[in-house]
Design a protein around this ligand. Structure first.
Ligand code: ADP
Ligand code: MG
Length: 394
């Protein structure tokens, strides 16, 4: 089997006709628990997975950026100074950069906007290869942003730390791509470590690594990619975000982070039914993240199944971001012996995760395949992920 690192280097040579100067990579992520809490200044508990996006890079003698990917036949080319022209307050209109290149070019733009001195940095050729499934809720978007961000930070000697690079990735996604996503994915991709989850406080951006101990417990995380594609730049994601802001404002809170489970009865009296249920999801989900961290530290992963189940119910019934395929994946996995299961990522498609005993893996995979077949849904892609190290120079 060829190593994906060799593929990335070979891809670079094929497109740019010379050897690359260096290779960087960043992983996708699975969110163990804490969904739609990041932009509410709450808590999340993702981990970086053993699927990565690689960037092979070559330094140029001029100030042009050329970006190619296994996604596209031709490199996208833009003079760095044209890209940065919008840096003084004038932001590129969402989508102005166009297509997939908005992610990596958005990172370069966001670095300029953040005040990094790019006046003398060289142009670059970049080639991007990846084995993170795209649009599957495993954050191929953060993987591309963070691999490119780390590469540019190193080559251009910008000296930014990982939390700063996470913010750069988020800014690229929010402004250049136009997807109003939070800071979770980039934080997981940059701060993850093998066998650990990243417990992140999205208000303070303080983070802590929490041991998962899956191997010792004889457990694995099974991803069930339903194949239903989501798009965060459109529709439901932004609506949910707006509902949260509305709910917080009506409750006199600066964000839903400041609303506790005890205050939900009052919230129910003050809010319309839909807004209340959106609020209840976020408030109870924040508590479930804290509970999951506590259980991991005391009993280990064996004890978190019910919290995963409760999280899924909350997303299905209160936040209404699940789809029938995700519900079927979750119900079937739990019915076939998973300790717990939930959809993961922003919703409206993508993947579910199930916490399973290693000995039950095949049986659960077959059960899920069968259930999808019976419902005449497309066959899901099921695979085990392990918690892995964050972005790195390879
Ligand atoms: P997710 O993050 O769940 O995979 P998103 O819609 O947030 O889904 O991001 C997917 C988008 O990111 C793709 O449609 C593409 O524009 C961009 N992208 C991700 N990986 C790559 C890659 N290897 N090459 C080029 N673009 C990529
Ligand atoms: Mg994404």
């Amino acid at each position: 089997m060829t190593d994906i690192r060799d593929d990335a280097r070979a891809g670079f040579e094929a497109v740019f006709g010379r050897a690359s100067d260096g290779l960087w990579s960043a992983p996708g992520r699975v969110n163990l628990i804490g969904e739609h809490t990041d932009y509410n200044e709450g808590f999340v508990l993702p981990f970086a997975i053993d699927r990565r996006t690689l960037v092979a890079l070559g330094v140029r003698e001029d100030r042009t950026l050329r970006i190619a990917s296994t996604f596209a036949d031709e490199a996208v080319e833009i003079p760095l100074d044209e890209l940065l022209a919008g840096a003084d307050g004038a932001v590129p209109a969402p989508g102005a950069l166009g297509g997939w290149s908005a992610y990596p070019l958005g990172v370069a733009w966001a670095l300029g906007e953040s005040g990094a001195d790019l006046s003398a940095v060289p142009g670059l050729d970049l080639f991007i290869d990846s084995d993170v499934p795209v649009g599957a809720g495993l954050s191929s978007s953060a993987a591309i942003e963070c691999s490119v961000g780390l590469a540019l930070n190193d080559v251009w000697r910008l000296g930014l730390d990982r939390p700063a690079l996470a913010s750069i990735g988020q800014r690229a996604e929010n402004v250049a791509v136009g997807a109003p996503t939070g800071i979770m994915d980039q934080s997981a991709s940059l701060l993850g470590a093998a066998d650990h989850a990243v417990f992140l406080d999205c208000r303070t951006l303080d983070s802590e690594l929490v041991p998962l101990g899956l191997d010792e417990a004889g457990l694995a995380i099974l991803v069930i990619d339903t194949g239903v594609k989501h798009a965060h730049a459109t529709g439901g994601y932004g609506e949910r975000r707006a509902a949260c802001e509305r709910g917080a404002a009506a409750l006199g809170a600066s964000s839903l982070r400041d609303v506790t489970v005890d205050e939900l009865p009052r919230a129910q009296r003050l809010l319309d039914d839909v807004t209340f249920r959106r609020v209840r999801h976020v408030v109870t989900e924040n508590q479930r993240v804290l509970d999951t961290v506590a259980v991991l530290r005391t009993q280990g992963a064996t004890g978190i199944g019910e919290l995963l189940d409760a999280s899924h119910r909350s997303m299905r019934d209160d936040f209404e971001i699940s789809v029938p395929e995700l519900d079927l994946a979750v119900e079937t996995a739990v019915g076939a012996g998973a300790l717990g299961a939930r959809m993961t990522g922003g919703g409206f498609g993508g993947s579910a995760i199930a916490l399973v005993r290693v000995g039950d893996l095949s049986r659960i995979q077959v059960a899920v395949d069968n259930a999808f077949g019976e419902h005449a849904y497309g066959q899901p892609d099921t695979f085990v992920v392990s918690a892995s190290d964050g972005a790195t120079r390879n």
